[in-house]
Design a protein around this ligand. Structure first.
Ligand SMILES: Nc1nc(=O)c2c([nH]1)NC[C@@H]1CN(c3ccc(C(=O)N[C@@H](CCC(=O)O)C(=O)O)cc3)C=[N+]21
Length: 285
C-alpha cells in the first residue's frame, strides 16, 4: 500500500488562520506585529523564499520589512541592518536569510540578533535553551517537522529516529529537539552525515527518517524499513526544479511520506509566522 502523504501545506494554512486571529487581537491592543528579513546577494531560491515569507505575512496581517543588500556588502553594512531591526519597535522579530555569500561571517551576524527577536531560533542563546530542554524560540524547520508528525499522530517518544544531516538550520537543532525531554519528544535520535560511510545500515533500523541532506535521492527505498515514516527536509535544485532527498520508490515502502512540494517547506514558513507572533506577544506582556 503506498504511503499516506504528510500534507504540510494544509496544516500550514490552518496555522495561518490561527495566527491571523492572534495578530488581530494584538493589533486591537495597539501592539504592532512585524517580520523583518535581511537578504544579502541575489541567490534565486533565497530571493524566492523571502518573497514567499512576505506573502505569508500579508495573508495573516503581519507587516513585513525587508533589507536587500548587495552580494558584496561588508560585515558592518550587514550588522547595520541587524541593528536597525533590533532597534525598530515595528519589527517584532526578523531573520537573516542563510547562507550568506560569505559563510564565515554568519556566526558573528547571528550573534548580533537580539535573542528575543530571533524569528529563526538560531541565536546561540535560543539554541542553548534548546540544549537545556528549555526552549526560547524554536528553529522553524525542526519545530515545523515535529508539528507535522504530531498532526498525523506519529509519536517519536522512545522510538528510533535517524536524521540525515547536521546543518545549523535543520539537522542539528532537530536532533536536539527530538532527543530533548520536551513534551512529545524523548526520541532515540541518531544523526548521520556525509562522513558516515554506510548510512543504509543505520537507516534500516529507523522508525522515523528525516533527511536534511539536500542530496537528491539520498534516501533510497531499500534503506527504508517497511512502514517507517519518512520526512524530506533537504532542498536542492535542477535548474529551477526543486528536488527531493527521497527517491520516488520510498513512497512504496513507507507508511507516511512528505510530498516533494507542500511538505516541510510550508511548515517552516508557518512556524516563522508563529515565532513572529510569539515574539510580539512576549513583548506585549
Ligand atoms: N535564515 C534562514 N531561515 C530559513 O528558514 C531559511 C534560510 N535562512 N535559508 C534557506 C532555507 C530554505 N527555506 C525554505 C522555506 C520554505 C520553502 C518552501 O515553502 N517551499 C515550498 C515551495 C518551493 C518551490 O516552489 O520552489 C514547498 O516546499 O512546497 C522552502 C525552503 C528556508 N530557509
Amino acid at each position: 500500500m503506498p504511503a499516506k502523504l504528510l500534507d504540510g501545506q494544509s496544516l500550514a494554512n490552518e496555522m495561518k488562520v490561527k495566527a491571523r486571529e492572534k495578530v488581530e487581537l494584538l493589533k486591537g491592543r495597539g501592539i504592532p506585529v512585524g517580520l523583518g528579513t535581511i537578504l544579502v546577494g541575489d541567490d534565486g531560491p533565497s530571493a524566492n523564499y523571502v518573497a514567499m515569507k512576505h506573502k505569508d505575512c500579508s495573508e495573516v496581517g503581519v507587516t513585513s520589512f525587508h533589507r536587500h543588500l548587495s552580494k558584496g556588502a561588508s560585515l558592518s553594512e550587514i550588522l547595520e541592518a541587524v541593528e536597525e531591526f533590533n532597534d525598530s519597535p515595528d519589527v517584532s522579530a526578523f531573520i537573516v536569510q542563510l547562507p550568506l555569500p560569505d559563510p564565515d561571517i554568519e556566526e558573528e551576524v547571528l550573534d548580533k540578533v537580539l535573542p528575543a527577536k530571533d524569528a529563526d531560533g538560531l541565536h546561540p542563546v535560543n539554541l542553548g535553551k534548546l540544549v537545556m530542554s528549555k526552549p526560547g524560540i524554536l528553529p522553524c524547520t525542526p519545530a515545523g517537522i515535529l508539528k507535522l508528525l504530531q498532526r498525523y499522530d506519529i509519536a517519536v517518544e522512545g522510538r528510533r529516529v535517524v536524521i540525515v544531516g547536521r546543518g545549523l538550520t535543520v539537522g542539528r537543532p532537530l536532533a536536539l529537539l527530538l532527543s530533548s525531554s520536551l513534551p512529545g519528544c524523548n526520541a532515540a535520535v541518531t544523526v548521520v552525515h556525509s562522513r558516515v560511510k554506510d548510512i543504509g545500515e543505520i537507516l534500516c533500523e529507523a522508525d522515523v527518517i528525516v533527511s536534511a541532506a539536500g542530496v537528491p535521492g539520498i534516501i533510497r527505498s531499500e534503506f527504508v524499513k517497511i512502514g517507517a515514516v519518512v520526512v524530506g527536509a533537504g532542498t536542492s535544485f535542477d535548474g529551477r526544479r526543486l528536488l527531493s532527498d527521497l527517491e520516488d520508490g520510498v513512497a512504496e515502502v513507507a507508511s507516511f511520506v512528505t510530498p516533494r512540494i507542500g511538505g516541510v517547506g510550508p511548515m517552516t514558513r508557518a512556524m516563522l509566522v508563529e515565532n513572529t507572533v510569539l515574539a510580539a506577544e512576549r513583548k506585549a506582556v
